[in-house]
Write a protein that binds this ligand. Structure first.
Ligand code: NAP
Length: 292
């Protein structure tokens, strides 16, 4: 039996991926979440905005994983907020806390449980890369302490909406850097950009106009725009990555879905910077009271 552990399988492209994983013969899916997932899949309670919940989830997973270990860890959950003003119960900016810090903690807690040839997949976004010229604020840095408390950032965006965008794109930069941090420690890890995928729940905190546009683009209109991914394709590709069905080049750690096809590419300049990678790893550990 192949054990796959996943976050973010209760909505959007992750719901598609979780459904495919759960229906793959020989796979046991351990899904963490706040509400029901695909039919027939038990969801272990997990609110990534609460680090105690993350620790409880990791313990629950540990008690269910046998000697074979975890074959794939799929860290797909994510949110995008209208500002960077909210804080979790632990005191961290919410987007950074949910999208990066909670997943980093899960990685640290579950790495000892990984099977020898396990794969870790973190869902990132092309918006982490300024070269993609996405219509939202690109990340200026991946400084964990500034992302955890953007009020300390001397160059923070005064406009809340822009600050919220920065929190999101920076958290997605952190996902690429975490994948590279794992790779540097001998773990097979990929950051996966599903491409712009309207119609998912990611717009839930946006303005009503933006939510409407997101939902329209997620319907037949969006299919006329080949740059957009469909949740069905984006989710199926995520499942393929977890199942080892999307063979990367030897040094591949960043995969992008574009026009329905998966390509391996270089992530942004910041994402390729080893000093930035190592500082994020160490500072994230510091915020959590872990050793590097
Ligand atoms: N859609 C895009 O255009 C796009 C592009 C690039 C990257 N991405 C990334 O793709 C991933 C999936 O996003 P999506 O577009 O499919 O959005 P979505 O439909 O909103 O799915 C997000 C998933 O994350 C979970 N989640 C959010 N906050 C959580 C928390 N505090 N605790 C536990 N789970 C939490 C959600 O759980 P609930 O069901 O409980 O809310 C849901 O399962 C995200 O990482 C996103 O950044 C999306």
């Amino acid at each position: 039996m192949t054990t796959i552990v996943m976050t973010g399988g209760t909505s959007g492209l992750g719901l598609v991926a979780a459904g495919r994983l759960a229906s793959t013969p020989g796979v046991r899916l351990l899904l963490g979440g706040r509400r029901p997932g695909p039919d027939g899949v038990d969801v272990l309670p997990l609110d990534l905005a609460r680090l105690d919940d993350v620790r409880r989830f990791a313990a629950a997973v540990g008690s269910r994983v046998g000697d074979d270990g975890i074959e794939a860890l799929v860290l797909n959950a994510g949110l995008a907020l209208r500002s960077a003003d909210t804080r979790t119960a632990d005191g961290f900016e919410t987007t950074f806390a949910v999208n990066h810090l909670a997943h980093y903690l899960l990685v640290r807690l579950l790495t000892p449980r990984l099977a020898p040839h396990a794969v870790v997949v973190l869902t990132t976004s092309g918006t982490h890369d300024p070269a993609e010229k996405a219509p939202i604020r690109p990340p200026r840095h991946a400084e964990a302490r500034l992302l955890a408390d953007p009020a300390l950032d001397p160059d923070r965006d005064p406009a809340p909406r822009r600050a919220g965008q920065h929190a999101y794109t920076a958290s997605k930069l952190c996902a690429v850097l975490t994948a590279r941090g794992l790779a540097a420690r001998g773990v097979t890890a990929y950051a996966y950009d599903p491409g712009p995928t309207p119609g998912t729940g990611l717009s839930r905190d946006y303005s009503p106009a933006m939510r409407l546009a997101w939902s329209v683009l997620g319907g037949p209109t969006g299919r006329l725009l080949p740059r957009l991914s469909r949740p069905a394709d984006a989710g199926a590709t995520l499942a393929d990555l977890a199942l080892g069905r999307a063979a990367p080049p030897a040094d591949g750690s960043y995969a992008r879905l574009r026009r329905g096809a998966l390509t391996w590419a270089d992530p942004s300049d910041l994402a390729r910077d080893d000093a930035v990678r190592d500082r994020l790893w160490a500072d994230s550990a510091g915020l959590l009271g872990l050793t590097t």
